[in-house]
Write a protein that binds this ligand. Sequence first.
Ligand code: 8YV
Length: 310
Amino acid sequence: MTTDTQHPVRVVQLGGLMPFVREWLSERYAAPLREDLGDPAGVTVAVVGGGARAGAEEMDALPDLRAIVNFGVGYDNVDVAEAQRRGIVVSNTPDVLTDAVADLAAILVVDVLRGITAADRFVRTGAWARGEKMPLTRDVRGAVVGVLGLGRIGTAAAERLEVFGAEIHYHSRSPKGVAWTYHDSPVALAAASDVLVVLTPGGAGTDGLVDAAVLDALGPEGYLVNVARGSVVDEDALVAALEAGRIAGAGLDVFADEPRVPAALLERDDVVLLPHVGSATVETREAMGRLVLDNVDAFLDRGELVTPVG
Ligand code: 8YV
């Protein structure tokens, strides 16, 4: 670690970063991990990812901090209000992961309707060989897919599902200039949907947005897909709704307390469970890593971020 005055440490890694990003940060900026940082004086940029926290405590420990660069489009792990109060700017990694996450959202919709992973289990466990019959599934064509949160990723997911012949409905804070059907509340959207796809940001504004009332509106033939944040869905209400047959099933890439998945979900055949892999492709993660470096470079060179939030 370089702490002499000629090469003072200006960038620190707060945690949650993939090994290749950590290597890039070490090579380019000699950026140590937080726990290896000696004197924090002169550290102006903190890089964080994977849901690791950047809150008041982390900011207190870095008195010269001026920028927080987040590896991820979602930045509910960063206390942006606290950062703003301290004059610290924050960036995320939008756009470069839109296609990968939208792909995964559409794939989960297809999976819950067509039972792809359940069918895979059916073969592997020998049910097919024993002469059992796989239950019939549901068409994507004609299904109403309700997108909760029609931002960049929600729009891209809707476009993919339209190609499959799904009918797109949505709810956002206000109607967008699109031809899809708008609903003015999550409950109204769920009531109209065969599959409700959660694509809102996380954070306080959406905490528990998909609650028991939304799940009841989705109904016993309806499926929930969540590729946004676990916090958006009341997980206890989801488990209760599945157990009571008040919804038909779910496809989940995100959970309230990752990597903990409620035991009740692990046992169910009507849920698809993924380990938060929406953006987890080589190409997309590299693009996210490059955007992180672009933000750090831009901040160190001219005090600006390429993709600031807020
Ligand atoms: C990543 C994500 O899993 O971008 C996001 O908001 O949830 C994912 O791309 C994560 O942020 C990687 O650190």
